[in-house]
Design a binder for this molecule. Sequence first.
Ligand code: HEM
Length: 373
Amino acid sequence: RRTPVARQEDGSYVVSTYRELTELLHDPHLSSDVRHLSRPMPSAEGGDTPAFINMDPPEHDRLRRMAMRHFGPPHTPGLVAGMEGDLTAVVGGLIDDFAGRDQIDIVDDFAYPFPVTVICHLLGVPRDDEPRFHVWVDDIVNSIDYDPRTDPKEKLDKGVRARQDLRQYLGGLLEQRHGRPGDDLLARLANDDGPDGRMTDEEIISTANLLLIAGHETTVNLITNGMLTLLRHPQVLQRLRDEPGLVVPLVEELLRYEPPVHIIPWRAAYSDITVADTVIPKGSQIMLMLASGSRDPNRFHDPDSFAPDRRDNQHLGFGSGIHLCFGGPLARLETQIALTELVQRLDRPGLVADPPPYRRSPVLRGPIHLPVE
Ligand code: HEM
């Protein structure tokens, strides 16, 4: 409340209030290109070739537009529009696999495998290859919060190897798609002759990688944070059973109240920027505290309460501006279906430990396990 913009000892700036965050997310003087940071950091996707989440206009806009033509929000004829049946079937299958057990782990048994399976379907990965995908994603996700002070180097090496193997595998898949139009995302991108021309193979592979990495742990955390919040609010859980339509505003409230992305750490100032009477000098790294903005008492009434009936819920859970989450429609649909099916099918679920153990990352927040009996 007192310090919307704060300078840290290392020279970076932390911005934590709704108005200032929104202003900066729409400011063309901020760059997402991690090479502009005074202290370079890995890109979101973690690979050597940046993907469009870590690019600025005009390149960002061209690649995002090309990918969007095929992915599309539910109201355009993109891939996500027709996925509801598929998603419900994947969720049903996962629940069938653990039905009847005394105790399950919402993360390992459900939330973790679900989004990888979905992305595999979208990209057109053959069923038999899916287990390899799960292993690569595991190794990459595990290496993201690598800390050289406490972690064995092997953890980092595994992540690097998994990234290489994944890129090589996607390259092979892409080769088979050239000249053979089809319905999956790789085939669509490889044969696109739209107004922006074609993506190069490198660009397609980086984009596919980005969808996988940006869309995996975030969705795992939203589903897990959602189940945890429902178990802590049993009257809301019961309401969701009785009124399935509640799931739509409930997922929006989760994105505000327990968001998977707490911080966007990779913005840099292209020029001096004045925000809330503070001058942020050119070249500074800026940390955007999205989760804090979504609980700003100047924007949200009673911000620390979980209120699924909340109106005008313009949270920052998916960011805002030109980098607004590309997978929002898919993540919403996945989480709505996951929570609806879980509350319908779990019989009197209860938490085994509260709080559950959390992942270490300050950027992506969610439990590492969520045992439920
Ligand atoms: C961007 C959150 C799921 C793909 C973002 C950003 C946020 C975010 C905060 C903005 C990053 C920035 O401004 O630098 C989330 C959350 C999700 C989720 C909370 C789940 C609950 C997904 C899914 C996909 C996806 C499922 C794809 C399959 C992307 C991409 C971008 C992005 C490609 C970059 C957009 C751009 O740079 O134009 N996401 N995301 N996300 N997200 Fe998501």
